[in-house]
Design a protein around this ligand. Structure first.
Ligand SMILES: Nc1ncnc2c1ncn2[C@@H]1O[C@H](COP(=O)(O)OP(=O)(O)O)[C@@H](O)[C@H]1O
Ligand SMILES: [Mg+2]
Length: 247
């Protein structure tokens, strides 16, 4: 398997707080990779660095063979890299279909005109993806009226509108009703298997990430503590001491 995402020695500090220190990780094309670690260990910061949300202080990031370290969010998104947020970022006053339209890269380029002229192909894809996440019957309801878990599924569907090669998911099962967790895991697996999307998933639920990922990286205090197969990482004494033991 070839390397799709290559993060090399990335550093990022906020003022005096070192959020990522010399972080290196690789995600292979086609795999589901996990990112774990205690709160404040720098997981979300690393996502922000990868997608171009903030400049990094050092290191290199390559995506699909291209250097992306100095590119910004829209440019990186156009290369086929999308993310979802720990706290969702949807438009609560708009219905689900309108949220999907906004997430379309075609609309993003013409932001402001999207209401008057939505290409039929955009709505077709939006409907397919709403169906995929089980929200088709809610397509004309305000996104803000959905449960938190449904809002996360909507955001996942919105990210798929970009037809990403790589999707970064920040705690996709956190805060959602436990009965929805298996549904989310199933959709992530299907996005990987049926749509061919490579996934990098931040996840606190160990049962979920052990079940999903074929490779896991554990961060602690901004640094990579361990990386390897789920079994290797789970049994690593440093991971147990820094994270799992406390969990
Ligand atoms: N925008 C920010 N400004 C200042 N400090 C931040 C900011 N974002 C994160 N941090 C700090 O960086 C560290 C890593 O945070 P974060 O990446 O959110 O960790 P995680 O996602 O693993 O919980 C924490 O100490 C956090 O307080
Ligand atoms: Mg986080």
């Amino acid at each position: 398997m070839s390397v799709l995402l290559n993060v090399q020695n990335v550093n990022k500090a906020y003022g005096g707080v070192v959020a990522n220190k010399d972080v290196s990780l690789q995600v292979k094309r086609g795999e589901i990779s996990g990112l774990i670690g205690p709160n404040g260990s720098g997981k979300t910061t690393l996502f922000g660095s990868i997608v171009g949300a903030h400049p990094i202080d050092g290191g290199r990031i390559q995506f699909d063979g291209e250097e992306i370290s100095s590119l910004r969010v829209p440019q990186i998104a156009r290369l086929g890299l999308s993310r979802t947020f720990q706290q969702t970022r949807i438009f609560g006053e708009m219905d689900c279909l309108q949220n999907m339209r906004i997430a379309s890269p075609m609309q993003a380029r013409h932001f402001g005109q999207w209401l008057s002229r939505v290409p039929a192909s955009v709505d077709r894809r939006a409907d397919e993806l709403l169906d995929f996440v089980g929200l088709h019957s809610k397509r004309l309801l305000k996104a803000g009226s959905l449960s938190f878990g449904q809002q996360k599924l909507l955001e996942f569907a919105m990210a798929l509108m970009n037809e990403p090669k790589l999707l970064l998911l920040d705690e996709p099962t956190a805060g959602i009703n436990p009965t929805l967790i298996n549904g989310v895991v199933d959709r992530l697996k299907r996005a990987n298997e049926e749509m061919g999307i490579t996934l990098l998933v931040i996840e606190h639920n160990m049962r979920v990430i052990m079940n999903l990922a074929t490779h896991i990286t554990c961060l602690a205090h901004g640094e990579v503590l361990a990386s390897g197969t789920p079994d290797d990482v789970r049994d690593d004494k440093r991971v147990v001491d820094a994270y799992l033991g406390a969990a």
